[in-house]
Design a protein around this ligand. Structure first.
Ligand SMILES: Cc1cc2nc3c(=O)[nH]c(=O)nc-3n(C[C@H](O)[C@H](O)[C@H](O)COP(=O)(O)O)c2cc1C
Length: 323
């Protein structure tokens, strides 16, 4: 039987595996991406960066473009509503060493939509075509687009948008198989995903609600050549290896609680190295609910951790849980 887990060719770039970490603002920074590569991801996506902010030389946005030499393959996601500004951002990301440029056409956040970017672009598929074409012309590396099935539940737009993206030079398309109005909840629409796969020749990467081998397989069965995992990887960056093992007929080796917490501690230490102590600790706290759950006393440990201010306080709280 042919294995589902295999290298994924996106334009001229070959990812060693088709299990991909989703871009998540506030989460998929360099320390977390490195962890997911260790956990078996074949491609990691950076948090979305504002093309407009890069145009105006925002220091914070330039820091988001910085890439650790060890974190490849890496896709850098940019968002914006203007083709030339996206083209500029794509050039900057290519110069920083990104392997792939991804364009965000799926984010439902009001702040992003107000600037004409994210999921509102789905109302104007021709504009998506212009944006993809401008990015395509501006860089040599592959271009991908990440979008949704639809804006609302009534009208499925992804087959049309995928085709327009393909015709304007996109090398792959990621479909978050939910409507934009559903934000990040609800079952993925596998039927619409299957229709989208049939509409194009470029690889379609399926995303939305993948938490295990069963949900991953359901997306492969729609015709997806790759799958992208978001929240399932937060608190379990080894989900990629676990899914690969199961789908390859091997016994997966889930992390023990102690191993998981040790990895969380290492991530916090890396965050502190990357951002400095105050920001590193406070950023780590955002994902505490993903890491510290499903064990006796977890709620008390979470409450202690959210009050911690320094790395040594964090280490003291976690130490009794690591064997
Ligand atoms: C906290 C958070 C931040 C996100 N940020 C981004 C982003 O920057 N760019 C993007 O395309 N999608 C973003 N997403 C959407 C994810 O990439 C993904 O499509 C979504 O979480 C569904 O996948 P999942 O069900 O595996 O989590 C974000 C999702 C979450 C939960």
């Amino acid at each position: 039987m042919e294995t589902l887990i295999k290298p994924l060719k996106i334009g001229s770039f070959i990812c060693p595996s088709n299990l991909i970490l989703a871009p998540m603002a506030g989460i998929t920074d360099s320390p977390f991406r490195l962890l997911c590569l260790r956990g078996g991801a074949g491609l990691v996506c950076a948090e979305m960066v504002s093309a407009n902010a890069l145009k105006f030389s925002s220091k914070k946005s330039f820091k988001m473009l910085s890439i650790n030499p060890k974190e490849h393959p890496l896709s850098m996601q940019v968002f914006g509503g203007d083709p030339q500004t996206i083209a500029l951002a794509a050039r900057l990301a290519e110069k920083e060493g990104a392997d792939i440029i991804d364009i965000n056409a799926g984010c439902p956040a009001k702040k992003v939509n107000k600037s004409g970017a994210g999921c509102v672009l789905m109302k104007d598929p021709a504009k998506i075509g212009e944006i993809v074409a401008a990015a395509r012309k501006s860089v040599k590396i592959p271009i991908t687009l990440k979008t949704r099935i639809s804006l609302n539940k009534a009208e499925i737009l992804s087959p049309l948008i995928a085709k327009i993206a393909q015709d304007n030079g996109a090398d792959a398309i990621t479909i978050h198989a939910r409507a934009a109005v559903d934000m990040h909840s609800g079952e993925p629409n596998l039927k619409a995903l299957e229709e989208t796969c049939k509409a194009v020749n470029i690889p379609v990467i399926g995303n939305g609600g993948i938490t295990d081998a069963k949900s991953a397989k359901a997306m492969f069965n729609c015709g997806c050549q790759g799958i992208m995992i978001g929240r399932g990887a937060v608190g379990n960056p080894f989900i990629f290896s676990e899914i690969a093992a199961t789908l390859n007929g091997l016994e997966p080796k889930p992390l023990s609680l102690s191993e998981k917490i040790k990895i969380f501690k290492e991530l916090i230490e890396e965050n502190v190295k990357f951002y400095g102590e105050s920001t590193g600790v406070s950023r780590s706290k955002k994902t505490v609910g993903y890491w510290l759950k499903d064990f006796e006393g977890s709620s008390a440990v979470r409450s202690q951790l959210v009050l911690a201010q320094t790395l040594s306080e964090v280490e003291k709280i976690l130490a009794p849980l690591i064997k």
